[in-house]
Design a protein around this ligand. Sequence first.
Ligand code: ATP
Ligand code: MG
Length: 557
Amino acid sequence: MENEVVESKNFIEQIIEKDLAEGVYDTVVTRFPPEPNGYLHIGHAKSILLNYGLAKKYGGKFNMRFDDTNPTKEKEEFVESIKADIKWLGADWEDRLFFASDYFHVMYEAAVKLIKKGKAYVCDLSADEIREYRGTLKEPGKNSPYRDRSVEENLDLFERMKNGEFKDGEKVLRAKIDMSSPNINMRDPIIYRVAHMTHHRTGDEWCIYPMYDFAHPIEDATEGVTHSICTLEFEDHRPLYDWVVRELEYEKPPKQIEFSKLYLTNVVTGKRYIKKLVEDGIVDGWDDARLVSIAALRRRGFTPESIKMFVDLVGVSKSQSSVDYAMLEYCIREDLKVKKPRMMAVLDPIKLIIDNYPEDKVEYLDVENNQENPELGTRKVPFCKELYIDREDFMENPPKKYFRLFPGNEVRLMHGYFVKCESFVKDENGKVTEIHCTYDPETKCGTGFTGRKVKGTIHWVSARHAVQAEVRLYENIVDEEKGKLDEDGNLNLNPNSLTVLKNCMLEENLANAKPEDKFQFVRQGYFCVDLKDSTEDHLVFNRIVSLKSSFKLPKND
Ligand code: ATP
Ligand code: MG
């Protein structure tokens, strides 16, 4: 083939292909296991699309599972938002929506099995004592005095733990592994604790709850997960994961694979920081368009396709690094470039009056929706005597190389005529309020006019037909170069992260734009109708991204 594409496989794909080739597994089952304790963000999107993508690529299955083993933090509200976000991203769990809490009985039985094998014991040490006995990275731990309890005694005590006979913290169940292991996670980790708490799904049925490191491998194994993909902080926990599935004697035990977390520059992802921004009223919620929760990205106008492109570009690896936010912007531009129509919108309007144009005349100009994509067709744009143009497209005393409007200069009105600036009007504060022009009827766009040339083309909107709208412009909420945090550990916020323009004038074709509709506004960028605040009577547009970028895709040839 002429354009042979050599596909490079990431390290997880290599592991999977080896496993399939060697018959370790005959299918691929992955999962996404969020704790329902917050909103998902761009990092989670990476994990979701990675897991879903691998299942699809190898003809396997992708499970959705809420890791709700910890009753204190979980909230029903998050369950719904997480489901909505994952659906929107396009990861389909079909009929496999699971809750770890559905396996509490399985986990209980697993613990009993370990006790019977002499691999788990009930320990009466307090939390402080357990910490003391655990040792340090340099020193081995000490055995608990309860370590050698008989199987019968352990079974009896564990059952009584379950029956609610003990107070929180009075007793725990621990795996019996090795108190002198160099890996502290293996020093007889706690696998069950007493907690008299109400769970969002199981209510008061249980007063003992399994610990994450014990529960997670059981959840995976119960669902037949083959490759349990997680982030690097769990690398040190893998020996325990392997110990659990080995001691429980699963036939085809799942295997844990770690990759590095995705970090983005110039954004805030930490829950603690976002919570404070919300509480301080700096952002208008977890889905504020300046944040990178999935809900926020959606509201800003990012598409699932652009996020997919982004995580594919970032790739998967085990090395930690931050990705430039500009790369995400690059992806949304690429996605929308040929898909969306290019409309005219004036963000900071100033009146332009064509003195020699008939008072009541309206011309409907034929305009191509997207010069790069004829399939998007054409539309009619009204042209009249009174127009709006952007304030920055006129200067009374222009510097050199300013090719837009100034007294005596001629420009093209995009898709329309040449106009020449004859005069202008100022108010008592010296602010320009009106620009007067004359137009040349011979210069109509598309008529093959070959006379003189002009250097500038500006966009405009017919004043009589204009639709008024609010437009929100964004900058990064923090500036990485100035340091994300100040001396006091507070976020170094960019005071200009949001600019609200209340009096923008859009071409009339935008009057019926619906929430989440996306457009290019020529010369201004890509915009999306706000999901929350936009109404029929009051259109609100978010700028997703401007047109220009400093970001260049690294060349690999
Ligand atoms: P955070 O504290 O950032 O909200 P978390 O790890 O507490 O994240 P979980 O709900 O436990 O959130 O995570 C669900 C899955 O998403 C886990 O498999 C986790 O490894 C993965 N994940 C979390 N953050 C990232 C990230 N920044 N990049 C890639 N994957 C991530
Ligand atoms: Mg977590």
